[in-house]
Design a protein around this ligand. Structure first.
Ligand SMILES: Cc1cc2nc3c(=O)[nH]c(=O)nc-3n(C[C@H](O)[C@H](O)[C@H](O)COP(=O)(O)O)c2cc1C
Length: 317
């Protein structure tokens, strides 16, 4: 298959979904090391970026080793989104994504994120503005619609394609579904039928096998994984046991800590790192006791020492 969107290889089209508070540079690098073919950043406020707010500038951190990476913008002002895109286009990134799926009240209230599914004309202006201001490919992450009565992903995807987008990721739930309920495979298929650009399926993929099965079933260009990758970056690799040993989990966590120490200031990011660390022990026998200890760490050195001591014990067994 030939993709106009060259960031996606056909061999292992597993993509890390954008997740605010989670898909920072260390985690993206880790997912890349485990086989993710494209990783999305946390969402970045276009206004904050244009105003050069420190918090937004921190989200721009990237490195050659993580390429290809996509950085995601959100906002509802076409001019501002264009200005922000021009800033992102100056970075060594593979593409720029537009967030049209975030359901959070504070985002939707202002007309951004998933609210754009209700406003195709504004969405078109935003996508065109971002494309006109970026020589880099632009992707758009959408939902299946605003609610079950207004499924319009195929129409929105067509508009996005016409405005210059080079790929669509679809979280196949509506805004009103939030993050639960069944994934609408029909909406994905109808979206694929309506456009000639690649479509990535997203929502509730909980294992590598499930991703492979979905690729086969739908024939989509890629599968995008969010929550199931947290504490389980091996989900991107077809070569790893999807229920790995404690030693494998701890090894992955140690690498995560190493990357966090290299690319983040660990102490101010303690709660974020603790949240990641917690997830490595999902479903394990000693998980609850380990998580208690992770919670009890009041500083990064304390957390680090606990994990390193745990590793020593686990590797000795
Ligand atoms: C903690 C968290 C943060 C998220 N942040 C973003 C975001 O910044 N941008 C976005 O487009 N979607 C965001 N999402 C949605 C995910 O990208 C994804 O569409 C959703 O979780 C469904 O995929 P999953 O079932 O594989 O998790 C977020 C989801 C979670 C759980």
């Amino acid at each position: 298959m030939i993709f106009p969107f060259r960031a996606i290889p056909t061999k292992n089209p597993f993509i890390l979904a954008p997740m605010a508070g989670c898909t920072d540079l260390p985690f993206r690098l880790l997912c890349k090391e485990h086989g993710a073919c494209l990783c999305y950043s946390e969402m970045i406020d276009c206004h904050g970026l244009v105003a050069q707010e420190e918090e937004c500038l921190g989200l721009l951190r990237t490195t050659v080793a993580e390429q290809p990476v996509a950085m995601q913008l959100y906002g509802c002002d076409p001019g501002m989104m264009g200005e922000a895109a021009a800033i992102l286009a100056g970075l060594p990134i593979a593409c720029i994504d537009i967030n049209m799926g975030c359901p959070m009240e504070k985002i939707v209230q202002k007309g951004s994120g998933a609210a754009l599914m209700k406003n195709p004309r504004l969405a078109e202006k935003i996508i065109a503005s971002v494309c006109n201001n970026s020589p880099k490919p632009v992707t758009v992450k959408i939902r299946s619609g605003w609610n079950q009565h207004t499924i319009n992903a195929p129409e929105i995807a067509k508009i996005a394609e016409g405005a210059g987008a080079q790929a669509i990721a679809i979280h196949a739930r509506t805004w009103s579904d939030g993050f639960t309920g069944p994934i609408d495979h029909r909406a994905i298929l109808q979206t694929m039928e309506n456009v000639s650009i690649p479509v990535f399926a997203n929502g509730d993929i909980t294992s590598h096998e499930q991703g492979v099965a979905l690729l086969k079933k739908l024939g989509c260009a890629g599968v995008m994984i969010g929550r199931a990758a947290l504490g389980a970056p091996w989900i991107f690799s077809g070569a790893v046991n999807q229920h790995p040993s404690m030693a494998y989990r701890v090894k992955a966590l140690l690498r995560h800590l190493e990357l966090a120490e290299t690319y983040l200031a660990p102490e101010p990011n303690l709660s974020k790192i603790r949240n990641h660390a917690w997830k490595y022990f999902r479903g394990t026998t000693n998980g609850p006791a380990i998580r208690k200890q992770i919670d009890a760490a009041t500083s990064y050195p304390e957390l680090r020492t606990f994990i390193h001591n745990l590793a020593e014990r686990v590797f000795r067994q």
